[in-house]
Design a protein around this ligand. Structure first.
Ligand code: 5GP
Length: 192
């Protein structure tokens, strides 16, 4: 999506270790008008697909998922990062290894909000190694709901997550796919 690629070129900062900093518009300061355009693009891509719920993970997925929820006209559920899990049978749980923080944490969603019969679109800001997305997919699978697809803002195509998850037959629509980026020059190349 050209609008997003142009914005990443203008305001994104390439950091060491393959990290793309976009906190001036995507995950610290937020650009709501841009988010609505991203949401419209996911809506266009998933036209004709029955979706009744959007699932994301806190914190930076929530604003994007809310924009998508407005466009699709459906509720948004976010998976919570839990400090300690009260396994009372009311919660679906999984473990996710964080790329940015390098640790494993538990993630939970109430069974009240993800159920058999739901048709779920997962939305997130980044797809890198795919750990966050795999965790969200496993929550959908264990709930008995159907996964209709995934919408990602920025996929880092030089990391394995996108290929891994598509190879399992999951539809993944990333609005900008970074093919490569150079931390010395700041140059970012997108996949067509
Ligand atoms: P994954 O689990 O796919 O490796 O990484 C997904 C999560 O890690 C995203 O939700 C995002 O929070 C974070 N992340 C991964 N790579 C980057 C990056 O280059 N920049 C930023 N800002 N976040 C990233």
């Amino acid at each position: 999506m050209k609008l997003l690629e142009d914005r990443i070129r203008r305001d994104g900062v390439v950091k060491a270790g393959g990290v793309l900093k976009v906190d001036s518009f995507l995950n610290h300061q937020l650009d709501p008008a841009l988010f609505m355009e991203l949401a419209k693009e996911w809506k266009r891509l998933y036209e004709g697909t029955e979706i009744n719920k959007i699932l994301t993970i806190e914190a930076s997925g929530i604003a994007l998922a809310t924009a998508a929820g407005l466009e699709f006209g459906v509720p948004v559920v976010f998976a919570k990062k839990a400090q300690s899990i009260n396994l009372d049978g009311e919660m679906l749980t999984t473990k996710i290894r964080s790329f940015t923080h390098g640790r494993v944490y538990d993630v939970i969603v109430s069974k009240k909000y993800l159920k058999p019969g739901d048709r779920v679109l997962i939305i997130d800001d980044f797809l890198a190694n795919g750990a966050a997305l795999e965790g969200l997919i496993s929550l959908v699978e264990s709930s008995g709901a159907a996964l209709t697809g995934v919408g990602i803002a920025i996929e880092k195509g030089f990391q394995p997550g996108g290929a891994l998850i598509r190879s399992r037959g999951v539809r993944v629509e990333s609005l900008a796919i970074v093919e490569s980026m150079d931390e010395n020059t700041g140059e970012i190349i997108f996949r067509n």
